[in-house]
Design a binder for this molecule. Structure first.
Ligand code: MG
Length: 381
């Protein structure tokens, strides 16, 4: 039995991870479940999967859950509780599926125990890529990407030498505003931005897809995961989302990984790699798929895409600043405090006004994240 810890078990990736685990009850066992605030769903998950540990980030809701659950299980509260569970529980794979920067410290703690990390939380690598990859190397912790594009590249690279890679090509659906004229972007609503044409995902990543900063974050994620310079990472718009990404080799050959969009495939792969288990989650019938099309992204319309390239080029704390500013801006947009195009404005302000520095230790990264959040929260709109 492979024992699985899921951080963010009530979110979209967490729920899909449990869907995979439910399909293979003789293969996987749940050890830790964890939520930010959704104790109702967590209670159901505890009932069904009987983990040894559950963690609730919100301390009051945590107490409420402790009162409700009578099973013999250790329920811990807050970030300290999460770290205690990660340090003490007996598990083989940590699925890092929390939203945003909050995933960083728990992921690092698991890396220090040399666990396999199924990484869905891309913000961890964006904010602290250098540090996380260095720790993973030091502690021999395998990082297997769950982000669909990176899982595709990872799969294409099995059996290949990295020196033979000419470039990797990340595919992007283009999000809900692919064909919306730039002058109309200011007034799109939260509801329109949350309507992703291809993927059913959490709110934060869906808004990130609408601004296309998601693809920018993925460029940075790919840079660290595959140890490739920016010049070897391309983006192509592919509205059907059937090709999840590609690798071009020096001999002119291109490998791609394809399927209809279903996150259970990359999740399962991260749990079973290097093996594969038979499943019927999604059947890709190419006679039904029809044509696959590709074109260049519009970096003038989707400025956030350019921010990511520039932030990585400048290095240091710039990606951390971009990530923190984006998290606050997306939150404000979801609460209808700002307009859609003001997300871009807030990120740009943070990138221009906050001083860069070294991102080689955790303390500097945490301070930068905190400072950026405060800065963006205080911008008057
Ligand atoms: Mg992705």
């Amino acid at each position: 039995m492979k024992k699985i810890a899921i951080l963010g078990s009530t979110g979209s990736i967490g729920v899909n991870t449990l869907n995979v685990i439910r399909t293979f009850p003789k293969v996987f066992d749940v050890e830790i479940l964890c939520t930010n605030t959704n104790i109702d769903l967590l209670e159901k998950q505890i009932d069904e999967f009987e983990p040894n540990y559950a963690v609730v980030n919100d301390k009051e809701l945590c107490k409420e859950l402790q009162d409700r659950v009578s099973k013999k299980i250790c329920i811990l509260c807050g970030q300290d509780g999460m770290i205690e569970a990660i340090q003490n529980a007996d598990y083989d794979v940590l699925v890092a599926a929390m939203v945003g920067f909050s995933g960083l410290i728990p992921t690092i703690e698991s890396i220090k125990r040399s666990k396999r990390i199924g990484l869905a939380n891309k913000e961890t690598l964006v904010a602290a890529g250098e540090l996380v990859i260095e720790l993973a190397r030091k502690y021999q912790s395998e990082i297997i990407p769950i982000d669909s594009e990176h899982s595709a590249i990872f799969q294409c690279l099995v059996g290949e030498k990295s020196e033979n890679i000419e470039k990797i090509i990340l595919t992007a659906s283009g999000g809900p505003f692919l064909n919306t004229p730039i002058e109309k972007l200011a007034n799109v609503s939260v509801e329109e931005a949350l309507k992703h044409p291809k993927w059913d995902m959490g709110n934060k990543i869906t808004i990130d897809s609408a601004t296309m900063i998601n693809k920018g974050l993925e460029v940075i994620e790919a840079h660290y995961l595959f140890n490739l310079p920016l010049s070897k990472i391309d983006i192509v718009i592919h509205p059907q989302s059937v090709i999840h990404s590609m690798v071009k080799f020096y001999d002119g050959s291109v490998k791609a990984q394809l399927s209809l969009p279903d996150m259970r495939i990359p999740i399962q792969y991260a749990l079973t790699y290097p093996d594969r288990l038979p499943s019927d989650f999604v059947q890709t019938d190419f006679t039904q798929v029809g044509s696959l099309t590709f074109f260049k992204p519009d970096r003038n319309k989707f400025e956030c895409l350019q921010f990511a390239y520039d932030a990585l080029q400048e290095g240091g704390l710039k990606p951390c600043i971009m990530n923190a500013a984006n998290e606050i801006a997306v939150n404000k947009f979801l609460k209808k405090e700002i307009k859609f195009n003001q997300i871009t404005y807030l990120i740009k302000e943070a990138l221009n006004k906050i001083e860069n520095g070294s991102a080689s230790d955790l303390e500097q990264i945490l301070q930068c994240d905190c400072k950026t959040r405060e800065f963006v929260n205080n911008i008057k709109i």
